[in-house]
Design a protein around this ligand. Structure first.
Ligand code: G6P
Length: 608
């Protein structure tokens, strides 16, 4: 969703802001803008639409200055127009604000400000902050920011310029991520490290209720309530190249091809071959709780939720733990029995998803141990959970999650192995489990080598407007994920169903223009899914099957088949998901969609 970048230093600020904003594009946005501080005069340039339009507006404009802030906006209050784009200013033009988050009491504040003579130029919630700064100005930027934000309800990550403090950017955080980047004679601010990674790998993650002031040569952090705070400086471990396309036409395609590596990285240092078990160092502090628990609740959203559903099958089949998987957005509405010993696991690629974070906080409030499975190091969920595991998948830029998903699966499988070995799983079963996991990267590579053949199949299917995806057991969540991938990036109607549910309604949809993708690898559920496939064929529905190499029978029944290498059914989701990602990618490409930044979607959904 919205993105923030800021710079205070010795270089020309406009190119640094524009490059930073481009690096934030992947998060989803619909307008953009920058503000540049030039000896007490602040110049603002904004535009609706993509950053290229902002660049066009800036072409030929001289905007000198070494201090500035930039923003990509994902509209919440007010349409994605230029007037609603950030930065927003007060009446006098002395305070300029960019904001991520939502100010819940803005309409009340706005009414009061209007009554006191303030003139509003936008429909946004953000603009009230600029006017509040104007109204509360007391000659000191820090105390003015404190007074102004004390009136706000809701969430914010703020970056503020003031004509009265020309060397300075003020930053404040409550519920929306913000970090500082430390350079030599220059300081950066951003909502996401990718915006500034090119310039520095030294960062400080701000926490909720932090207020920071940066100048080219210094930073100072205190709380919004006025007490000084210390935050540790951290080193970002990934290189900027991993946030670039490296010859691929889209980030999504690059990330699909990075999946063998994502599995390897998730396993690195975490497998104890001799003992047939896993070692997840981040969980050492909660080992006793994990050994004792018989109840695990997984909370997550989107693709991370589907990873959690597969986690349920694998953990339940290797332990005596009852696993519930709950959509984070629904968690608060459940009156779940969080008895002593229950463990909650939040799964989030970004570590910033507002619903997942709210579920984490709610579970903590109820007094149970809350763990995190997170890709983005230093993110809010990583910091607010008592223990956790990082994916080490590197930055995922494409909005449609791919490599983070297989990485999440890898870690959930390692967790199942660890929990199983601490219960009844034997050492030899543990060793077999490890051997199977270690075979996965090579098998994913074999499927990726078929990308062109999958593209040819996708071309034939790109003409359809409705799709059904069905699977059973481990591949039921893969059906959901396949349908999600397709709808996210191609905007085609697609539904994922447990194959057994077809006869309870969805089969009514089947006709010659409504294809079904049938996930049917060899295993326990094979015969039943073949029956489902035949029911669809009997109603003239086209069928594209995902099946195991050597399956001749399915080739006779289905219209098309994409084969995966032979693997035991419980590990098959690692493989069956790959052709579905490629299918979605190629169908979206044939339809000319904006694959990495699909309409209306955001990479990290920071509003509830
Ligand atoms: C957004 C993204 C999805 C992602 C979901 C959960 O909707 O577009 O790709 O699966 O959020 O994100 P998280 O970062 O919590 O895994």
């Amino acid at each position: 969703m919205c993105g923030i970048v800021g710079y205070a230093g010795i270089r020309d600020v406009v190119p640094i802001l524009l490059e930073g904003l481009q690096r934030l594009e992947y998060r989803g946005y619909d307008s953009a803008g920058i503000a540049v501080q030039d000896h007490g005069a602040i110049h603002v340039v904004r535009s609706a639409g993509k950053i290229e339009r902002l660049q066009d507006k800036l072409a030929g404009v001289r905007l000198p200055g070494q201090i500035g802030i930039g923003h990509t906006r994902w509209a919440t209050h007010g349409k994605p127009t230029e007037l609603n784009a950030h930065p927003h200013s007060d009446c006098g033009g002395n305070f300029v604000v960019i904001h991520n988050g939502i100010i819940e009491n803005y309409s009340l504040i706005k009414r009061g400000l209007q009554e006191r003579g303030h003139r509003f130029k936008s429909e946004t919630d953000t603009e009230v902050i600029a006017h509040l700064l104007e109204e509360n100005w007391d000659g000191d930027l820090v105390s003015t920011v404190r007074s102004a934000v004390s009136l706000l309800a809701g969430t914010f990550g703020l970056a503020i310029l003031s004509a009265f403090a020309p060397e300075t950017i003020a930053l404040a955080r409550r519920g929306s991520p913000l970090l500082l980047g430390i350079g030599k004679n220059e300081m950066f601010a951003a909502s996401d490290v990718s915006a500034i990674r090119r310039h520095t790998n030294q960062v400080i993650y701000l926490e909720d209720e932090d207020l920071a002031i940066i100048t080219p040569s210094s930073y100072e952090i205190s709380s919004l309530q006025g007490t000084p705070v210390r935050r540790d400086q951290q080193t970002v471990e990934w290189e900027i190249a991993s946030a670039e396309k490296q010859g691929f036409s889209h980030f999504m395609l690059k990330e699909i091809f990075e999946q063998p590596e994502a599995v390897i990285n998730a396993m690195r240092g975490r497998v104890l071959d001799q003992d047939g078990t896993a070692r997840l160092g981040g969980l050492d502090t909660v080992r006793d709780q994990l050994r004792a628990t018989d109840h695990l609740i997984i909370v997550s959203c989107g693709t991370s939720y589907y990873a959690g559903l597969i986690g349920r099958y694998i953990i339940e089949s290797h332990t005596d733990i009852a696993v519930e998987v709950e959509l984070a957005s629904e968690f608060r509405y459940r009156n779940l029995n969080l008895k002593q010993g229950t463990v909650v696991l939040a799964i989030s690629q970004s570590g910033e998803t507002a619903d997942t974070l709210a579920a984490v906080r709610e579970a903590k409030r109820k007094g149970v141990a809350v763990l995190g499975l997170v890709n983005a190091v230093g993110s809010t969920i990583a910091r607010e959970t008592v223990a956790g595991i990082y994916n080490h998948a590197g930055p995922e830029i494409g909005v449609a999650s791919t490599k983070a998903f297989v990485s999440q699966l890898t870690i959930l499988y390692l967790l199942a192995l660890l929990l199983g070995r601490e219960r009844n799983l034997s050492i030899s079963e543990g060793k077999q489990f490890i051997a199977a996991l270690q075979s996965i990267p090579g098998k994913i590579s074999q499927i990726l080598a078929e990308s062109d053949a999958i593209r040819d199949i996708a071309e034939r299917y790109a003409v359809f407007e409705n799709f059904m995806f069905i699977g059973r057991k481990y591949n039921f969540p893969i059906a959901l994920e396949g349908a999600l991938k397709l709808k996210e990036i191609s905007y085609l109607h697609s539904e994922g169903y447990a194959a057994g549910e077809m006869k309870h309604g969805p089969i009514a949809l089947i006709h010659p223009q409504f294809p079904t993708v049938c996930i049917a690898p060899q295993g326990e559920s094979y015969d039943k899914i073949i029956s489902n496939l035949q029911e669809i064929k009997a109603r003239s529905g086209p069928v594209l099957a995902i099946a195991t190499h050597g399956d001749q029978e399915i080739a006779r029944l289905a219209d098309d088949v994409i084969y995966i290498p032979d693997i035991e059914e419980r590990y098959s989701p690692f493989l069956t998901v790959i052709p579905l990602q490629l299918l979605a990618y190629h169908i979206a490409n044939f339809n000319g969609r904006e694959i990495d930044e699909p309409r209306n979607l955001a990479k990290s959904v920071t509003v509830e």
